[in-house]
Ligand binder design. Structure first.
Ligand SMILES: [Zn+2]
Length: 438
């Protein structure tokens, strides 16, 4: 569906090569002759999870980021009123934390968000839904929920474009159908399922569709804990824990053992093993890691052209390090590589004790960068920064680290020591990441 007419307005939808909704334009005329007065542009990760929404109001553009599968939402990214919303669930109740503090999102039997309470359990707002997801306007409940986008059956309801994001597809509650056909026909024996635009085989009173691909009566069965497409819909467990992200092990990238002879420079070892006369040396933390780790520092590779973990390890050990100095390396495609054992003090900043080092592959200092050429991304505006998959992977990693070890703060290297690292093009992202571990 590329043209939609609702409430006397024409809306034009554009799809990308994967049939994801790429843009919605609000037109001043019909779809053939009208021009856009406002637009919303969406981008997604490789799994089709929405990462970014850019809103153009006719003159200016504001950006919203959705990170960790939507559990974190950054409004007006890089703008004057930047804000972070953080979602999680506990004992089956979804919660939201933002600048207004903790709020509870109460749901009806279909998981639709029907009321928002503050942390003292005062009612802030509530709304009810029509069977196909429209918001019911009646005299008993006349407030609408503005605290969150989550609404009908727990999906993100983008009221401003009159569509609901069902992950795989977008749905129009007033037209009672998806705006994209399903790529999967879930049940060949059910003729209703053959209508690839229909919603829950037209039985919205009893059925929901958490992924946009398959209707069900039980969202837990199709949204297992940890599935990033179903963030927060973990009704089955009492406390939703974040799964450890996938990490490429040292073995898999053929890392050298720490202290490998022949690699490490023989003279002027700057690190060496920890000992009474080498207190800054390579040292496994003596205590419980949850007590030891309290900080994360973000770095970039810079312009020295080493863009894989093995080359970085060889360079660093050649420079006298006992092992690669960083605990994690994150590629442009969002791959997370294991670096120095997390149980060993890093060698990447000062102070290193309790400090987890994360290295982003890339060069984020504005200006002419060799890395730009290397990645075929020469950027005339010098805006070369971390990629969305890279940020999203970092997000999942730091949330997991925070959950497991209780991280108190996250900084860019420049905030600790005299360096340009990780570059001015990376620091806005570092500041957002910092808000998530506080
Ligand atoms: Zn650094």
């Amino acid at each position: 569906m590329t043209c939609r007419y609702e409430d006397s307005v024409y809306w034009k939808q554009t799809y990308n090569a994967e049939n994801r909704l790429a843009m919605v334009e609000k037109l001043d005329g019909n779809c053939a002759a009208g021009s856009a007065v406002e637009s919303w542009t969406f981008s997604y990760d490789g799994n089709g999870v929405r990462l970014m929404e850019a809103y153009w109001d006719g003159s200016d553009t504001t950006t919203k980021l959705f990170l960790a599968g939507g559990a974190y939402e950054v409004g007006d990214f890089g703008g004057q009123s930047e804000s972070v919303k953080r979602y999680y669930s506990m004992a089956g109740v979804r919660m939201l934390r933002d600048e207004n503090g903790l709020q509870y999102l109460l749901t009806d039997h279909l998981g639709s968000v029907s009321a928002v309470l503050d942390s003292s359990e005062n009612l802030l707002s509530e709304q009810r839904y029509l069977p196909f997801g429209g918001v019911r306007e009646d005299s008993f409940v006349d407030d609408s929920i503005n605290e969150t986008d989550f609404g009908y059956t727990g999906q993100r309801n983008n009221t401003y474009i009159k569509l609901i994001d069902f992950n795989a597809r977008w749905y129009s509650p007033s037209l009672n159908r998806f705006v994209q056909p399903d790529t999967i026909i879930p049940d060949l024996t059910n003729p209703q399922a053959l209508n690839r635009y229909s919603y829950v085989v037209n039985n919205p009173i009893n059925l929901i569709d958490p992924t946009g691909h398959k209707f069900t009566t039980d969202d837990a069965s199709t949204c297992p804990p940890g599935d990033s497409k179903c963030w927060g819909w973990d009704k089955s467990s009492s406390i939703s824990k974040i799964d450890k992200p996938e990490i490429v092990s040292r073995e898999d990238w053929n890392a050298y053992e720490p202290g490998s002879t022949g690699l490490q420079a023989d003279t002027e070892k700057s690190e060496g093993l920890f000992g009474p006369d080498n207190e800054q040396g390579y040292m496994a933390y003596p205590g419980d890691l949850a007590d030891e780790l309290d900080q994360i520092t973000i770095h970039h590779v810079g312009d020295d052209q080493f863009y894989d973990p093995l080359s970085i390890q060889i360079r660093e050990m050649g420079g006298g390090f006992y092992d690669i100095g960083y605990h994690f390396i994150i590629g442009r495609d969002g791959t997370i590589y294991e670096g120095r054992d997390l149980g060993v003090r890093g060698y990447h900043a000062y102070p290193n004790s309790g400090n987890v080092g994360i290295l982003w592959l890339g060069d984020f200092v504005p200006g002419y960068d060799i890395s730009d050429k290397r990645y075929g991304q020469v950027d005339p505006d010098d805006n070369y920064g971390p990629t969305m998959p890279q940020i999203n992977a970092t997000m999942q990693l730091i949330i997991w680290l925070d959950q497991e070890y209780g991280i108190d703060d996250l900084v860019g290297h420049i905030e600790l020591n005299s360096t340009a690292c990780p570059g001015a093009n990376a620091m806005p992202y570092v500041h957002i990441l910092a808000e998530l571990v506080e």
